[in-house]
Design a protein around this ligand. Sequence first.
Ligand code: ZN
Length: 228
Amino acid sequence: MKAEPTRLADGVFMVGGPDMTDPRDCLCYLVAGGEARVLIDCGAGPSAANILDLVDQAVGRPPTHLLITHAHIDHAGGAAEIKDLTGCQVLIHAEEAGVLAEGDAQRSAATWYGLPLRRITADRLVAGGDALGLGGEARLHIIHTPGHTPGSICAWCDVGGQRVLFGQDVHGPFSPGFNSDIAQWRSSMEVLLNLEADILAEGHYGIFKPAEEVGAFIRAQLRQHQGA
Ligand SMILES: [Zn+2]
C-alpha cells in the first residue's frame, strides 16, 4: 500500500483510503493551519494508527480535531482509537452522535462491513454554519447536508485562493436503514453547487478539480437519482 500522504493544496492532504491504509476505509483528509489540524474522517477502524502515521508524515504533529462527516463505519470506525492515541477533540453532528455513542451496527453500516464498531461519545456537536478556526484568518466551515444520512455534514475552506470542499458520500448511497432522504439530498447538493468549490475531496471517488469538474460530478449524481 502507498504509505505517503497526498498533498491537495497548502496544508490540505489525503491521509487515508483504500489504496493507502485499508480497503474498507473511506478517503480521509487533513486540513492544517497554524493552530489546528483537523482530520476529516478516520476510516473503518483497523487502520487508525496508520492514518495517524500519515498525518505525522504530512505535518509532523497529531491532529487536534477529528471531524466526522457521518457515523458510517468506513468514516468513523477509527474514532475511538484515534481519540485514545491523540486526545483530539471529536466532532460530529447531533443527528449522528447517538449512532456512535450507542454503537448502532445498522445505522453505522457496521453489519455491512462485518466489523465491530467501538462506541465513542463526541466531545462537541457541530451544526451547519459553525466554523473551526485553523489559525489566523483560516477557517473550516461546516455545512449540514442531510440526505445520505440525517446528520451528514460537509466542510470547506479557502486556501491559497482556492476553495476546497470536503464532500464525503456526496454520491450516496441511499437506504432506509441509514434514514436516507433523497429530497433533502437534492437540496443539499444545490447548496454544494452554490459554493462553486475549486477542489472537491470526495469520500470514495477521489479528487475533482477544477471548479467545472466539481460541478459536473455533483450534477451527474443529481441526474443519476432523478425521479428516485
Ligand atoms: Zn456513508
